[in-house]
Design a protein. Structure first.
Length: 185
């Protein structure tokens, strides 16, 4: 059967459509149903059981927060033309360092000082900060440096990322605790 015959053959088109629908069902719908079913796998959708709507609200909050964080990261990568040429790895280092500081600060504040809903806390910490920081881009930048023969630069970049990230997180947690002490007074 040549290409033209397949295009007009309704049996072939139906078979292809059914196969495509089965693939979509296996890839998207079945994992979603599995995720939303109860732990005992009784196949009663979790969404309709107690707490199901809370799961959906939290998932939606994380998704919206992630989109916002990703837009912030994209905006930071757009800044170098205004400040002169900045290597991609330097922008990623700045993003991950500031993200580590902010995440630690916000976690301390949200847990100890500022009472917010679970959805808002997840939207800001997991969503925004998770979308803003980027482990995969850091790895890609390191591999790019290695592929261009800049082994020492890649090693320094990775070491700086870890040391600055941990230091920034420690400073963020310390700042959060300091803010907490001031608010308690």
């Amino acid at each position: 059967m040549d290409r033209l015959d397949r295009a007009v053959d309704p049996v072939y088109n139906t078979a292809v459509t059914n196969m495509r629908n089965e693939v979509l069902l296996c890839v998207f719908a079945k994992p979603l149903f599995w995720l939303m079913t109860s732990v005992d796998r009784s196949h009663q959708p979790y969404f309709f059981m107690s707490g199901g709507i809370h799961f959906m609200k939290k998932a939606f909050a994380v998704g919206i927060g992630g989109a916002i964080g990703t837009l912030f990261r994209w905006a930071v990568f757009q800044l170098p033309p205004f400040f002169g040429p900045v290597p991609h790895a330097a922008a990623t280092l700045m993003i991950n360092t500031t993200g580590s500081f902010l995440l630690a600060l916000l976690v301390i504040l949200f847990v100890r000082t500022i009472r917010v809903s679970a959805e808002l806390r997840l939207a800001v910490t997991t969503g925004v900060m998770g979308g803003y920081t980027t482990f995969s881009t850091m790895c890609k930048d390191a591999v790019t440096l290695l592929q261009t023969g800049k082994t020492l630069t890649a090693a320094v970049y990775l070491l700086l990322t870890v040391v600055l990230g941990l230091s920034a997180a420690w400073l963020g947690a310390s700042a959060g605790k300091r803010i907490e002490r001031r608010m308690v007074r």
